[in-house]
Design a protein around this ligand. Structure first.
Ligand SMILES: Nc1ncnc2c1ncn2[C@@H]1O[C@H](COP(=O)(O)OP(=O)(O)O)[C@@H](O)[C@H]1O
Ligand SMILES: [Mg+2]
Length: 374
């Protein structure tokens, strides 16, 4: 066990690191961030940040020497950095978990080999392979880069009537990709599961997720699904976390298909955007649970106190100057979170807010109304 008073080190300086740092500090931990770019969102709430490249072994050593335990909030930390750090300090979740989840090809193969349901897929390295995969998977599909994709980046949707694999492949930015069947889902949902080193596990309430332009827009909790489906989603998430050997958090994105079955979309071995609602609406937030799990503390209670909707605030909201946060702040039960990013770019996650309701429908309704006012 790494008790309060010790120092947690996080690789990656984005908002997930920032909110982890806030939770770590509330519990009395020290917090250090390693991030190539200075003045990062997580660095602003850390004891200090080390700004260096993930290849800089002297800086990695300095980081390892100043912390007691290491985790990551950024999915594209190079494997070499983790291998180096592993020799100096414990890392949770273990580097193998990140190695699998940071690459779609490895992630999909892991799911398939272990019998977890996911969309039919094929690995693509050439226009010829794409042509034949489109034949057997079906033309309605999505081509995703194997490495470094996030928020819909590196993805091309292929429609039923598109028939030019040569053209699609030559204009695709990437050497290796995964072609996935386009899933005609009823709903997107996600489960965040926590596991500590004592074998204790716990799932947060299932969130219902609405994406716009491939980026998460709303997360509604509880998801408006039947209890037995929620339970099946949580069981599936627990099984995947156990197969991966996660100590920490695993975010599992799922498609709920029209026949009531589930298919896994993506895995993230870290806090997840669809779990931000837990800060304001659950007894324990995903960030506190993350800290508890990696430090070997007992896990906290995850009960949802009140139905909630979380809305992402993207850089687009700055297109005509500063958004009107006063409207949001005038709503006494709206909870605003901004990540301290100085530059607003379209599609960039700048913050989020949460709003409540007597039930999920009303929380969602109120969230849409408030978002329109921003
Ligand atoms: N096979 C698919 N079928 C239907 N929708 C998909 C599929 N793959 C991705 N999407 C849509 O695009 C969104 C983003 O894709 P995802 O694979 O989760 O990438 P990212 O890493 O960008 O989150 C998903 O949440 C979903 O809305
Ligand atoms: Mg996703």
């Amino acid at each position: 066990m790494i008790p309060p008073g010790k120092t947690i080190g996080i690789l990656g300086g984005g908002q997930l690191g920032r909110m982890t740092g806030q939770a770590a500090r509330a519990l009395g931990y020290h917090f250090v961030v390693f991030e190539p770019q200075e003045n990062c969102p997580a660095g602003q709430v850390a004891d200090f940040e080390i700004n260096a490249s993930y290849e800089d072994e002297a800086a990695l050593k300095r980081f390892a020497d100043s912390v007691d335990i290491i985790s990551y909030e950024f999915e594209n930390v190079p494997a070499s950095a983790l291998r180096f750090l592993e020799d100096h300090k414990p890392i949770h979740p273990k580097p193998e978990c990140l190695y699998i989840c940071q690459n779609r090809e490895r992630e999909k193969n892991f799911l398939k080999e272990n019998g977890f349901p996911c969309a039919p897929f094929a690995i693509i390295e050439s226009a010829n392979q794409l042509a034949s995969a489109l034949e057997h998977i079906g033309r309605a599909s999505v081509l995703k880069t194997a490495d470094f994709g996030y928020d819909g980046k590196g993805q091309v949707r292929i429609r039923e009537d598109q028939a030019q694999p040569e053209y699609i492949w030559s204009s695709f930015d990437g050497e290796r990709a995964v072609l996935e069947k386009w899933m005609d889902f009823e709903m997107e949902i996600s489960v965040i599961v926590a596991a500590n080193s004592n074998g204790e596990t716990s799932c947060f309430p299932v969130a219902e997720n609405i994406h716009t332009n491939h980026i998460l827009d709303y997360s509604i909790a509880p998801a408006r699904i039947e209890p037995h489906i929620a339970e099946a989603a949580q069981d599936l998430a627990k099984e995947i976390a156990s197969k991966l050997g996660i100590v920490g958090l695993l975010g599992v994105e799922l498609f709920l298909l029209r026949d009531g079955t589930l298919a896994v979309n993506e895995l993230a071995p870290r806090p997840h955007n669809s779990g931000h609602y837990t800060i304001d609406a659950c007894i324990t937030s995903q960030f506190e649970q993350f800290v508890r799990a990696i430090c070997g503390l007992p896990l906290g209670l995850v009960d949802l106190v009140k139905p909630v909707t979380m809305v992402n605030i993207l850089g687009d909201a700055w297109s005509e100057g500063e958004p009107e946060f006063s409207k949001l702040l005038q709503t006494p039960d709206a909870k605003l979170h901004l990540y301290g990013k100085s530059q607003a770019r379209p599609g960039r996650k700048m913050g989020h807010f949460c709003i409540f309701g007597p039930d999920a429908n009303e929380a969602f309704q109120r969230a849409q109304e408030l978002k329109a006012k921003l």
